[in-house]
Design a protein around this ligand. Structure first.
Ligand SMILES: C[S@@+](CC[C@H](N)C(=O)[O-])C[C@H]1O[C@@H](n2cnc3c(N)ncnc32)[C@H](O)[C@@H]1O
Length: 368
């Protein structure tokens, strides 16, 4: 397969689907060889509109056992990358900071458009950072690269016109706000089950404000520990060693299981740090809700006797919250993500997501 033809076909597909409209970005997708940045994947997958996982690590569990392998690095889905680059409204001559270099492919697209001197990219994992540097150089791209925790931005080289995060955050790291030019823009995925993309403009020296984009995006979380795939050095499983409390529910857990990302977003706002998962054991299959301080399992199959679903809840009783959110979801008229906005000061205890307008009675602090 001829990679140039494959790259042109991919770019044409992204243009047809509406994700790529700027000719400069289209040229970048046509001319940057993605296969050099993900050399282990077959060429037909490399030039398909799909994310390619390049690194996984086992998740730690609260019981001390080794949990499932979870992705810790990837080359993101090209359509999502195109959306983020276009939403960033990048123009010639701008200086852009990327958080999450990973393979280096997005840094190469940015460098193709802006020149290496205007592109800065930070990667937590020093091994990935070193490999990306080699591959970028091999393809003639020389952005500024740094290994370290991108939560701190890259202060020596600030200010930036744009900051693009390619890992998901619970809140906006204050350093990103401080290191952005006034009028500058942050494009960053919101961590959690709602799979949302934030578009934030710097409206004051100490503040960014913005909206959630209509497109849903799923990214791996920003982490601080290279060896742990979970955010905030978390572990999977019951949040405490307490005894689970048994109960039943008439709400079918499938409502949170059918990829309704807008409903999951509303739930996530009520349960900071939420992840929705699945668990199988000899007693059946369960939906799991876990946050740093709460955990619940809900049986997917209803009992034959009363048609209800068995629940096991630990501290925090997150299924009680899920029942409340299902009712609120109806009352608010199934709000889609375009109805939410964000006001964030450069201190983590002053950052909110709100529904419809900043003074709305429905506003939630972003988790610290
Ligand atoms: C989805 S990948 C980014 C894809 C990348 N932009 C590309 O084009 O290949 C997410 C990356 O973010 C990195 N990451 C996670 N937490 C980070 C942090 N605190 N600082 C910098 N990078 C981080 C991960 O190690 C991972 O490589």
């Amino acid at each position: 397969m001829d990679w140039q033809h494959a790259a042109q076909t991919l770019a044409a597909h992204l243009a047809d689907s509406g994700e790529l409209s700027d000719p400069a970005w289209r040229r970048a997708f046509e001319q940057v060889p993605r296969h050099v940045f993900v050399p282990d994947a077959p060429l037909d997958q490399v030039y398909a509109d799909q994310a390619l996982v390049t690194q996984q690590r086992p998740a730690p569990t609260t019981t001390g056992t080794t949990g499932p392998l979870l992705p810790t690095s990837s080359s993101s889905q090209p359509g999502v990358m195109a959306t983020m680059l276009e939403r960033a409204d990048i123009r010639d001559g701008m200086r852009v900071l990327e958080i999450g270099t990973a393979t280096g492919y997005n840094a190469a697209l940015l460098t193709h458009r802006l020149g290496g001197n205007n592109v800065y990219s930070v990667e937590l994992d020093p091994t990935l950072h070193a490999t990306a540097r080699q591959r970028l150089a091999a393809t003639g791209h020389h952005p500024h690269l740094n290994a370290g925790d991108g939560t701190a931005g890259w202060s020596d080289q600030a200010p930036y016109d744009r900051i693009i995060a390619t890992c998901a955050v619970n809140h906006i790291p204050p350093a990103w706000i401080d290191q952005l030019h006034t009028g500058g823009r942050i494009v960053a995925p919101l961590a959690g089950a709602g799979c949302a993309l934030m578009i934030l403009d710097k409206t004051a020296d100490d503040e960014v404000t913005g909206r959630l984009d209509h497109q849903h995006v799923a990214f791996m979380p920003l982490r601080t520990d290279v060896g742990n795939p979970l955010a905030d050095r978390r572990s999977l499983g019951p949040a405490t060693n307490g005894i689970g409390q048994y109960g039943t529910t008439s709400l079918d857990p499938a409502v949170y299981d059918h990829a309704d990302h807008d409903l999951n977003l509303l739930l996530q706002l009520h349960l900071p740090g939420l992840s929705i998962g699945a668990m199988d054991n000899p007693r059946g299959t369960f939906l799991t809700l876990s946050t740093p301080i709460a955990y619940a399992q809900v049986a997917r199959t209803a009992t034959a006797t009363d048609g209800r679903h068995t629940t096991i809840q630990y501290d925090g009783r997150p299924w009680d919250t899920a029942e409340h959110v299902a009712e609120l979801w109806q009352r608010l008229g199934h709000p889609d993500r375009g109805r939410y906005g964000i006001s964030a000061l450069n201190r983590t205890d002053r950052q909110y997501i709100w529904l419809d307008h900043p003074d709305s009675p429905y506003a939630w602090p972003m988790p610290v």
